[in-house]
Design a protein around this ligand. Sequence first.
Ligand code: IVH
Length: 677
Amino acid sequence: MNKKSNLIRTFREKIKILKKHNHLYYNLDNPEVTDFEYDSLKKEITNLENKYKFLKELKLTNNLVGSPPQNKFKKIKHLHPMLSLSNVFDKDEMKDFLKKIKNFLNFKKDEIELIGEPKIDGISATLVYEKGRLTKGLSRGDGVIGEDILENLKTISSIPKSIENKEAPKILEIRCEIYIGKKDFENFKDNFANPRNAAGGSLRQKDPKVTSKIPLKYFAYGFGAVEPMIFKEQSNFLDKISEWGFITNPLSQKVLGINEIQEHHEKIDSLRSTLNYDIDGIVFKVNDLSLQKRLGNTSNSPRWATAYKFSAEKAITVIKDIAIQVGRTGAITPVAKVKPVTVGGVVVSNATLHNEDEILRKDIRVGDTINIQRAGDVIPQVISVDVSKRNKNSSKYIFPKKCLCGAETKKEISKSTNKLDAVRRCTKGYECKFIAKEKLKHIVSKEALNIDGLGKKVVEQFWELKFIKEPADIFKLDFEEIKKLEGWGELSINNLKKALKNSQNISLDKFIYSIGIRHIGQENAKILAGFFGSIQEFQKLFDKNKRLILLKNLNDLDGIGETQIESIKGFVKNDANSKIIKNFIKQLQVKDYLVQNINGKFSNKKLMFTGGFENMSRSEAKAIAEQNGGKVLGSISKKLDFLIVGNSKPTKKKIDQAKELNIKVINEKEWNKILNS
Ligand code: IVH
C-alpha cells in the first residue's frame, strides 16, 4: 500500500513537471529543457502508466498533448509567397484604404466591390492539389519558405484529400486558417494559453498521432498557385471550392461603399461572442480578381486587401512605475509598468506611453489610475488618466534627458514638417549597448537572418550574459558555455549550429534590411540592393572618399528620398557602426542581388514619369513598367531612356531637360499604345 501511494505521488510529480514544461514551451515560448530531456520525461510517464494499471486509471495524462517541435520539418519554398495583411482600426482608416485603391486604379467615381470575410485568429497553412490529389501541406514559415506539415494537416478529417470535380484546375493551392473550436478548447485549457496557441502547438509538433487527438478545424479563404486560372472573382472562387468540398466561412459577404462596409463590420462584431472560433476583424478584399492583379502587392502585403480590426479591449489599472526603453533606432520610449490586469484574455503588465510629448500632454504620473487598451498583437496603450483618483502628493513625471547608456538624447527636426520630433533619441549608434541589443534582436528576426532557435528571448539572455555584443558575435558563440546553461542540450545546440550556418548565406537585400538603418525597411532595402548589386559595392558607403558620390546617385532611385539618404549617411558616417558592420560582413556570404531580368517591353530600360494619366495612377504605371522589366528613376539624368509625359500637369522643366539630353519623350497616347501592343 505504501509503495502504491509513493508511486502515485512520484507519478503526479512527474506530470506536474511535464505540465510546467508544456507551459514554458507552448505558452511562453521559452523552454527550459532540451527536447531530449522532455521526451525522456514523457517516456518515463508512459512507461509508468503501462506498468501500473492503477496509474492509468487516474486518467491524469489524457490532456497532456504535444512534444516540442523539433527542427525536423522539411523546409519547402512556397509556390507563391504567403503575405500578411495591412490593418485598419476605424472607419476613417477604412475610408483611406478605399481612397488609396481607387487612386491606384484611377477610379474616379464608381465604388469598388469588396468582399468582407471574418479574419480567423488561427494558424495559416497552405494546401497544394496536383491533378486533384493533395500533395503538399505547408505552414507559413517566413512567408517565402514554409515547413512541411502535410502529415499533420492530413489528420484534419474535413480537409479534402482529393478533389473529384473535373472543373478543378490542374494545380490548385488553397490557403486556409487552422483553428481549434472554442468549445473544444475547454478540454485543453490547462496546457495552452488560448485556442490559437493550442492549434499552433498541435500543428507544429512532430507526431501526427498527437495532432489527430486535437480536434482541429479550418476555413479556406484564398488561393496561391492556380493553373489554369479559372476564377474571376473572390466570391466565385469561394463558391466553387465550397462545391468541391472545402469549408468556407458562411459569414462572408459582398459590400459596396463605406456604409455597407461599416454595417457588415458592426454586424459581425456583434455576432463575435456567439461564434465557435476566435476572430479579430474582417478582411475586406477587392472582389474582382483582375483588379486584384492590377493592384498587386507591396513587399509584405497585398494592396487589394486589408484587415479591419475590431475595436480594442479595454481595462483599468494603476501605474506602478514608468521605465524607459531604447529602441533599435535609438528612440526612447517610456513604458508604464502597471498592476497586472487581464485585457481580452491576456495578462498585461506593460503599456506603452509612446513618447515624451504624450506623457506631457496627458500629464501621466506614477501612481495614476489609467484606462488601457489592447488591439491585436500590438503593445497595449494608455488611453486616458482618471485624474479624480490621483493622490494629492503625486508629482509630475520628469522625462530623463539621458539614454540608459548615459549618452545625450535629442529630438530631431523633421525634414518634411520642419517641426521638432515628438520622439527623443539616443545620439549614439552601436556604441550604445541598449541600441545594440535591439539591433541584435532585429538581426535574428524572421524577415532578416531568420535564425531558428535564436529568438528575441535568447538574444536577450545571451546579451545579458555578454555572449553577444555585436552582430558578428552571433557567429562566434562559445557552445561549451551555452551547454552549461539550463535548457541547452546536445540536440538544441546542434540545431542552433545548423541554423546559424544556414543563415550565414544571405541575400543582399536581407542583409541591408538586417543592419537596421532607420527608414530602410524591406521595400527600400530591395531598392538599394538593386542599386548596389553586391556587398562589395554596398561596402563602399563606409569609405569616406567614395561615399558622397554614391549617396548622390541614390537620388535617382524612385522610392529613396532625402529622409532615407540622410539616414543612410548618418549610419555609415558613424565609426562604431562602420567597424561593427564590417566585422559582421566577414561572418557572412552575402549573395549578389540578381535584378530579375524580366523579359518585357522595357527590359534594361530606365524610365521616368511626369504628369498624371487618364486611366491609371502613377503607382500603377510604375508597377507596370517594373513588371515589364523596366527600372523607374526619380530624376532626369543621362542614364534615362524614356520620359513618359501624362496629360495632366506634367513638369515643363523636366521635359525640357530630357529633350536637351536627347532622351526619348513619350506622350500619354503613345504610352497607352505601347502597353496595348
Ligand atoms: S487573406 C495575402 N482572409 O490572416 C494575405 N487571411 O494577417 C491574404 N486570415 O496569413 C490573407 N482569415 O492566416 C485572409 N479570411 C481571411 C483570413 C485571413 C484569417 C489570416 C491568414 C493570413 C493572416 C494575415
